[in-house]
Design a protein around this ligand. Structure first.
Ligand SMILES: [Zn+2]
Length: 272
């Protein structure tokens, strides 16, 4: 399932293709937006933003809200490029003079008005989005120090979008390793230094993943490991999907476990 960095990259692609332009062709076959073509056609795309795993496209006086859940996907291509065949179901097609953006297979699609955004049931619950360029260290630290979350175990808490939005499964393992904190720790056991490390790592690792298309190790290290024959899966992270391999920091063996029903990998020496 895509995490914050992947959704924000999709938003960037949509932004580059659509922002500022007029919609010249539209198809809305999906039930929740059927018959609403007039709300897109001839209107200007004002902005595109991602909020955790939701996409918001401001068009004319409306906002198109979509959440991809497991199967949804946005694609963008130039009008001059021939479309590839796909088994996915088209939900929405937006076209301007140069590009076509399509939303496939998503089931949570709504047209709302701008004033409804902050009160939307999904968006209202989100914590600060660490995949957002404008996220602020103090906002993240405030969440880390919020008594509301203090008794929660980090392995569970980091998947809670109300704590930090944009963090998913690979980021959970990578952020905890970067902060040198064990996944079984509770938030209220962290020292002030560890609180700062966690807030710092949450932003830094997520933004690195955005910049490097899902790679959370330094680019030079990734390239070296790939040259040495490691697969992308073995090379792209410090701990996630690297169980059985050695930690780059301390040479201990990375350990695999499942927490909150999902894969989690960590280094028992670095993280305590
Ligand atoms: Zn280690």
């Amino acid at each position: 399932m895509p995490e914050g960095p992947e959704i924000h990259r999709a938003a960037q692609r949509l932004r580059n293709a659509l922002e500022g332009s007029i919609i010249t062709h539209v198809e809305c076959p999906y039930v929740t937006i059927q018959g609403q073509e007039h709300r897109f056609l001839g209107n200007q795309v004002l902005s595109v933003e991602a909020r955790s795993k939701a996409m918001l496209i401001h068009i004319g006086e409306d906002v198109l809200y979509s959440h991809n859940q497991l199967y949804g996907r946005w694609t963008v291509q130039k009008n001059s490029t021939k479309s590839k065949k796909t088994n996915r179901s088209l939900r929405l097609k937006l076209q301007n003079e140069t590009h076509t953006a399509c939303l496939w297979s998503a089931t949570d699609i709504q047209l709302i008005e701008p004033w409804e955004i902050e009160g939307h049931p999904y968006i209202a619950k989100l914590g600060p989005d660490v995949a957002d360029r404008d996220v602020n260290f103090d906002d993240v630290l405030k969440q880390v120090q919020n008594p509301k979350f203090s008794r929660r175990q980090l392995s569970h808490l980091l998947l809670d979008q109300g704590f930090l939005a944009g963090v998913g499964n690979y980021l959970r393992s990578e952020i905890l390793h970067s902060a040198r904190i064990s996944p079984s720790r509770k938030l209220n056991t962290l020292s002030t230094t560890e609180q700062h490390n966690l807030a710092h790592s949450a932003i830094e690792v997520t933004q690195l993943a955005f910049d490097q298309r899902g790679v959370t190790v330094a680019k030079e290290l990734y390239e070296l490991l790939r040259e040495n024959g490691l697969s992308r899966r073995q090379a792209r992270h410090h701990v996630f999907t690297r169980d059985g391999l050695d930690c780059h920091e301390c040479n201990s063996r990375i350990v695999h476990t499942r927490m909150s029903g999902r894969r989690l990998d960590f280094c028992p020496s670095c993280q305590n």
